[in-house]
Structures are given as structure tokens and as C-alpha cells.
Design a protein around this ligand. Sequence first.
Ligand SMILES: NC(=O)c1ccc[n+]([C@@H]2O[C@H](COP(=O)([O-])OP(=O)(O)OC[C@H]3O[C@@H](n4cnc5c(N)ncnc54)[C@H](O)[C@@H]3O)[C@@H](O)[C@H]2O)c1
Ligand SMILES: O=c1ccn([C@@H]2O[C@H](COP(=O)(O)OP(=O)(O)O[C@H]3O[C@H](CO)[C@@H](O)[C@H](O)[C@H]3O)[C@@H](O)[C@H]2O)c(=O)[nH]1
Length: 482
Amino acid sequence: MAKARTITNICCIGAGYVGGPTMAVIAQKCPHIKVTVVDINAQRIADWNDVDLNKLPIYEPGLADVVAEARGRNLFFSTDVDQAIDEAEMIFISVNTPTKTYGVGKGMAADLKYIELCARQIARVSKDDKIIVEKSTLPVRTAEALRTILTSTGNGVNFEILSSPEFLAEGTAIQDLMNPDRFLIGGEQTESGEAAVQSLVDIYANWVPRENIVTTRVWSSELSKLTANAFLAQRVSSINAISALCERTGADVDEIARAIGKDSRIGAKFIKSSVGFGGSCFQKDILNLVYLCQHFNLPEVAAYWEQVIKMNDYQKHRFAKKMIDSLFNTVSGKKIAFLGWAFKKDTNDTRESAAIYVADELLQDRAEIHVYDPKVTEEQIFADLEYLQEHRPNSCHSSEFEKLSSDEIRSLVTVHNDPYEAMKSAHATAILTEWDEFKTYDWKRVYNKMLKPAFVFDGRNIVSKTDLEQIGFRVYNIGKGE
Ligand SMILES: NC(=O)c1ccc[n+]([C@@H]2O[C@H](COP(=O)([O-])OP(=O)(O)OC[C@H]3O[C@@H](n4cnc5c(N)ncnc54)[C@H](O)[C@@H]3O)[C@@H](O)[C@H]2O)c1
Ligand SMILES: O=c1ccn([C@@H]2O[C@H](COP(=O)(O)OP(=O)(O)O[C@H]3O[C@H](CO)[C@@H](O)[C@H](O)[C@H]3O)[C@@H](O)[C@H]2O)c(=O)[nH]1
């Protein structure tokens, strides 16, 4: 077997939610390796380099401490992509792979243009042999396309391509990276391929037990990532489907989750019913999986996974509709408070957050929405709503929706720094994210300041229905029948 190369210089292309935290942890755990994270977004790099650690571009519990320890020692953030590629022995690609918004595969396939640009840049700049690691989530067989681009320069440089998808979840990224259930590495079953796999195993083994580092073929590794996300999202859609039945029958979805979660074959995780899953990954990756199934002429398999997305759209719509129905069939001109905008707690990420879709549906009826989120900026909230007007998915609920202008959105939506101000004189409060602080609010004080009847729509089932009803609220939870 070819000897594994000992890596001392790593470059990561893409300083986002994956590249930043992943490389920060590698640098912290491997002080002997120089890690340079590069990005074309100069502002993002400046934020990663900010002396004020509160200004890091990503909010993740524990991240600032890791960055503080490694930055400037063996962790660097830079916009000089060429130099970092040139110096590195191993290059991680962590750029975004969003759903295509144009052309072939629009609305389903992963847009690989950023990946392709990276490959072309690596091919152009490299003067010595390199190991390329796919960290981004990619369709199965992308490594083949990468190889074609990388080897087309004919400059004699040898590239080994590995797949090592990332499984961290936002909000717990540092914990997930420090103690991963597994790290996965897919490589070619050639001598040089196996040596490259070993080089990456040696890096991860600095802090991860060897039995938690799984090695597979490249194609299995690429497809494992889409499969993991499809399975996780499917659990959320499954429990959300049951939540609708609970509301009709008087059963309680949280009790059901507790009961079925005790079955070790099912397990207790990822069966918390909610207003719908969000985040940059689940929807994108399942759409990508559906597209692949269609491409490989497996229509039944495609339809099976597509239902997970449809159920999620239904859940978000059901919640918005419940709000409008309860508020006497119109929310026009009514102040509605939104607690939470992020797609889950402990992150400032709002991509595909259920809050955006619920707000969009209420804005169609001209509700006046007042948002409070502890970590999301006002700028981001408006950007999310404006983006949706241009890229509204073609679900059956939204096909008739009007496109709202930026001025209309800005006249209807207000963002607050104080939750009590957001809820003052509101007809209803909707909980869209499960931030812990929402549980600690003085709900009696909130009740006194809201208009009556005062409604709470708890999209995360985090406040006590009984306690709130005792105060005088009318409460709607997910999946709790009367
Ligand atoms: N966000 C997550 O929790 C998560 C978890 C696991 C896997 N993933 C996957 O990881 C990948 C990255 O996700 P993310 O959330 O970090 O995305 P992101 O948008 O936060 O970051 C991607 C970064 O890549 C940069 N970039 C794009 N093209 C570039 C180029 N040619 N050169 C240099 N920089 C470039 C962008 O400017 C951006 O800062 C995606 O494929 C995603 O599916 C994400
Ligand atoms: O029981 C649950 C669990 C999650 N969610 C929602 O599902 C979404 C996704 O949550 P989570 O998976 O925790 O966060 P992500 O950061 O999107 O992480 C997922 O997507 C990443 C990107 O691919 C993967 O790396 C992770 O393994 C995978 O969990 C969020 O809106 C959650 O509120 C629920 O509604 N109920």
C-alpha cells in the first residue's frame, strides 16, 4: 500500500456555516497543522478576523472560544484563494450547493457552479500533488465530474479525490464536531486512493476514536449524506403528519412521541412535532435526492421522498391557516407578534425557516407582523421576505400568492429588540423558534399588554398550554387535540 502522506497544511474553500466551525475545530485539535480558510466574500473573512469575537459571522455556542484559541496560531482566514491552494497539501471544498433557481433541474437539482469554479481554480493554480476533500453536500458521482475537470490541464499534477460529508447540525456544531457520532470518508479503492483516505483518517484520529471514523467507497459516502438528511427529515414529517391526526382526535403528539420513542428500534430523537422543518439542508438535499431518482428513472422512489417535502409544506400552511381561522378569518390590519425567526434555536441562520413561510402567508392577508428574535438581524428578516417573493416555491398553497413589493413588506413588518414591545397590543403571538428564553417570559405581563381575546400559537410546543390558559390566553399547540 502507498504510504499515507502526513498533512501539515490544509486549505478550506468556503468560510460558511460548515467551513468555519469545521476548520476551527481541526485547527484547535491539530496544532501541528496550518489551516487556512478562504472565501471570495471579503466581508465574511473580515468578520472571521474581527478582534471582537461577538462579530464572527456565525453564531454557534462554543465557537468563539475555539476560534480565540486557534486563530493566529495555526488557523487563518483569508481572501487569497490562489495562495492558500498553492500552499496546501489537502484542500477541503465547503462551498454552498443550493437548489438551482434556473435552467435544467430548476427548483430541484443542486447548483454545482460554485463547486465547478473551485475545481477549475484548483486545477489552474496547483503545481504539486494534492488531496481534494468534498465537504459540501453533493449529488452522488460528483467526484467523477471533479476528476474530469482537475485532470484536464495535463500539467502532471496528481489529485486524489475524497468525499467526507459533514453531519454537524447548526446550534450544536461545536459539540457535534468535537464528539461526532461518526466522521465519514469515501475514497477510491486504489493504492493511492487508500493512502489518501489514511491521510484524512490520521487527521480526524487526533480527537475521534478510530471506530467512529467510517471509510467507504466514494459513491457510498456521497449518497450517505443525502440519505441521512432524508431519513432525519422524514422522521419530522412523519410525526408532523400524526400531529394533524392528533388535533382531530384528541390525542397528544408529544405523548405519542414519548411513547414510541421508548421503542429502541424507533428512538426518541427527531420526533418533536413542530411548525415544520427548516434550515439550508433538509429541503435542498431531499429535492436533490428526488431529482437524482428521476434522473435514474426511479419515479416511485422519487415520489416516496418528495412526500416528505409536501408534508412539510402542509405543516407550515396548516399553522398559518389555523392562525387566520382562529382570528375570525382575517388578520388584515391586526398586529401579530412573531417570537423567533431562525430555523431552530441557538443559530442566527434563517435559511428556509418556517417563520418566513408563515409570515408570507399572513402578509397575503395584510397582517402587521412584529418580529423578535434574539440573534437574527432586521436586515436578514427583510432580505428573507424579499427573496421569497422572487423565489416562491410552487406548492399548491402558494401558487395563487401575490408578489409583495419591498415597500409593502416594509410597511407591514416591524422588527423589535424587545420581545415585550413586539407583543404589546398584539392580537396574537406566534412562537416560531424554540429559543429557551421564550419559556422564561412573564406571560402574565404579556397577557395584560395584549388585546383580548389574546391568542398564543405555539409552533414548537414549548410553553405550557394549561398555565397560559389559566392566565386567560387562548392557546393553539401543534398536535394537541381538545
Ligand atoms: N449549514 C450546515 O449546517 C451544513 C451541514 C452539513 C453540510 N452542509 C453543506 O456544506 C456546504 C456549505 O454549506 P454552508 O452552510 O457552510 O454554506 P454557506 O453559504 O454558509 O458558505 C459557503 C461559502 O462558500 C463561499 N464560496 C462560494 N464559492 C466560492 C469560491 N469559488 N471560492 C471561495 N469561496 C466560495 C461563499 O462565499 C460562502 O461564504 C453545502 O453543500 C451544505 O449543503 C451544510
Ligand atoms: O424533532 C425535530 C428535529 C428537528 N426539527 C426541525 O428540523 C430542522 C432541522 O434541524 P436540525 O437537523 O437539528 O438542524 P440542521 O442544522 O438543519 O442539521 C441537519 O442538516 C445538516 C446539513 O446537512 C446535517 O449536517 C445535520 O446532520 C442535520 O441534522 C429545524 O427546523 C428543526 O427545528 C423538528 O421540527 N423536530
